[in-house]
Design a protein. Structure first.
Length: 386
């Protein structure tokens, strides 16, 4: 799909996609035909000191490199910069490939494996390359990990631990094991669109039958407004991260409603103040219906809605961060991106953005993320240009 904010902005604006039968090593087995969107290449040639890093860590480096320059972080004392990596179990495909490669020569396993299999290695590589010596750690909240990294980055800045904190929604590198597991759960899209992979990802459409994976990684920098060195994208007005004490993957209507109401109250905004929603919108039958019921219960039918996953796919750990970035790009550039494959919405009472982008000046936005384990999160963003 592309690397960098400019390419992603272009893809969002024009509804591009890169969905296909995935072809990276470790993604298919025994004739499987898992559909997804893969990053073709990632340029980390400038980081000559990196050795033995995973695909997830390489993409993380390229992602942080861009936000580092955009936020002018080189001007800050490294001890006052933090990094929160959102996501656990991130490097599964690399681990499967390593296990296969060393299965019959176990005693020659390279020593680097002893650190690489740990999720902390991604934060360690990034902190070493960028000399980040403030708060650095990893947090997990399944598909809400990206939101959790942002919320924890806010806490780090609010508490005075650091002056600037990078929230990284890390790339979840699925192997065929995880794809099959999600398929067996009924969460990942089936082979209904095996003859047309580009049509498989269809959040909120009557033809939806599960999420479609998309490799992605995103990073945002959290700072106090008074400390900024470059033009801010938006202000985070309120947020929430709640758990309904439920292990299974089916969503909780009560949990989603609670997350929305807490975030709105914290932001000082009413439901009527929200003019745009970036939903979780995976394309699963129960997930899409439950989310719209939550919006209706909170009085949000008037707000414009599009589904970023219809273009980029579901990045699992990275999804929440990437979708906040998609919201920020739309807020800054004055448009709402289309929702691909939304031909027959499951509920016509909502303000859908469908076939093509439309000009729009977003004032207040609500971003949603949900994760297995009963996790619901919401983040309210306020446009500072108004």
């Amino acid at each position: 799909m592309g690397q960098g904010a400019l390419q992603i902005d272009r893809a969002l604006r024009y509804g591009g996609n890169a969905f296909r039968f995935m072809n990276k090593p470790g993604r298919q087995r025994n004739g499987s035909r898992f559909i997804g969107s893969e990053i073709d290449a990632c340029d980390v040639s400038k980081f000559t000191s990196i050795r033995g890093g995973s695909w997830s860590s390489e993409v993380a480096l390229a992602t942080i490199d861009e936000c580092w320059a955009d936020a002018k972080l080189a001007e800050i004392d490294p001890s006052r910069i933090g990094l929160i990596v959102g996501g656990t179990n991130l490097q599964q495909r690399d681990l499967v490939l390593l296990h296969d490669a060393y299965r019959d020569r176990f005693e020659f396993l390279r020593p680097g494996y002893g650190r690489m299999f740990l999720d902390s290695d991604i934060g360690a590589i990034c902190s070493e390359i960028f000399n980040i010596t403030g708060t650095v750690y990893t947090v997990g909240g399944a598909s809400a990990s990206g939101h959790l990294s942002i919320i924890k980055a806010i806490h780090a800045v609010q508490s005075g631990e650091v002056d600037a904190c990078i929230a990284l929604g890390a790339l979840t590198d699925l192997s065929y094991w995880e794809c099959q597991g999600f398929r067996a759960l009924g969460a990942m899209g089936s082979e209904r669109y095996s003859d047309a992979p580009e049509q498989a990802c269809r959040p909120f459409d009557r033809g939806h039958d599960g999420f479609i994976y998309g490799e992605s990684c995103g990073a945002v920098v959290i700072e106090r407004l008074k400390d900024l060195r470059s033009t801010p994208y938006a202000a985070i007005a309120g947020w929430s991260f709640v758990n309904d004490g439920h292990r299974n993957p089916d969503p909780s209507l009560d949990g989603e409603i609670q997350a929305i109401r807490i975030a709105l109250e914290a932001s000082g905004l009413s439901a009527r103040d929200i003019d745009y929603i970036n939903p979780h919108g995976t394309g699963s039958y129960i997930g899409d219906h439950t989310e719209l019921r939550a919006f209706r219960a909170c009085g949000l039918e008037h707000a414009a809605i599009n589904a970023t996953k219809s273009i980029l796919g579901h990045g699992i750990s990275s999804a929440g961060t990437v979708e906040v970035i998609a919201t920020l790009l739309q807020m800054r550039n004055g448009y709402l991106h289309p929702t691909r494959n939304l031909l027959e919405p499951i509920d016509n009472d909502f303000h859908w953005i469908r076939g093509e982008a439309v000009p729009n000046k977003i004032q207040n936005a609500l971003c949603m993320s949900f994760g297995f384990g009963g996790i619901s999160s919401a983040i309210c963003l306020k446009n500072l240009l108004f």
